[in-house]
Write a protein of this length. Structure first.
Length: 261
């Protein structure tokens, strides 16, 4: 059995212009992974490590000469965050290996169009936790694209035929409307139609960052569920939620593909 855990950048870093890790959250999440270390593939987002620069320089729509320097800075920052995640997981959950998306995945006009995920499978066979992360990757049309950790989770779930994908957020789960709106309600066990409507409302409210914000995450949720894999969106900043999700229970938003139209 394989479970994919995506640690949201908003959960493990502090929002702002300057990159800052929420070390207390990251350490606790690593502790919660430890009992399931032999079945977990870990993916993490960038949060304040890269997103502000990528947004400011519009790196998701191709790279001109004056964008090469910020592109390099984004790549460096996400690597720095990945090293911190790697060190924390290694010391608290067990052996792990980082796999750079830049060498494994490429895009075609913003969508994954070529990948080699065999090293992920081989890393699992070694008894270590594979760790991937959102990053800039080569794109056959744009030169480069920003490839989110959420989209990587979609490709991993397909390739590994994962039983479950867990998105650890900085909020309780997915909502019927953007949480700032009065009519927003937590979707605890939504159907795919409910998720589609929530995605459309989030998209209308506007993307939060270069990776599409909550609308992008719900797009990925739909893709994973359509492929037959359960998706659980939980509050990663709340103690025990990821641990519960790895056991198949606990609060949050659970999208179960069984019985869906």
């Amino acid at each position: 059995m394989v479970q994919i855990v995506k640690l949201g950048g908003s959960a493990i870093t502090r929002k702002g212009e300057d990159p800052e890790i929420r070390r207390d959250v990251l350490e606790r999440l690593a502790d919660e992974l430890e009992p399931h270390a032999d079945e977990v593939v870990l993916v993490h987002g960038a949060g304040s490590f890269g997103h502000p620069i990528a947004d400011a320089h519009d790196l998701d729509h191709g790279v001109e000469a004056d964008q090469v320097a910020p592109l390099s800075e984004v790549h460096q920052q996400v690597r720095e965050l990945n090293l911190a995640v790697l060190d924390t997981v290694r010391t608290r959950a067990g052996p792990c290996l980082a796999l750079s998306p830049f060498g494994l995945l490429s895009c075609n006009d913003g969508m994954p169009g070529g990948w080699n995920l065999v090293p992920v499978h081989r890393t699992l066979e070694l008894g270590t936790i594979p760790i991937l992360y959102g990053d800039v990757v080569l794109d056959t049309q744009r030169g480069v694209s920003v490839l989110s950790g959420d989209r990587i989770a979609v490709e991993l779930a397909r390739f590994l035929e994962a039983e479950r994908v867990i998105f650890a957020l900085d909020e309780e789960g997915a909502y019927s409307h953007p949480p700032s709106q009065d009519e927003a309600e937590l979707l605890e066990e939504p159907g795919l139609g409910d998720v589609r409507r929530a995605r459309d409302r989030a998209r209308k409210a506007g993307p939060d960052d270069a990776t599409g914000g909550m609308a992008g995450k719900l797009d990925c949720t739909l893709a994973i569920a359509r492929d037959g894999t359960q998706v659980h969106l939980v509050d990663g900043t709340h103690e025990g939620r990821v641990r519960q999700a790895l056991r198949g229970d606990g609060p949050g938003t659970r999208v179960d593909p069984e019985g869906q139209p």
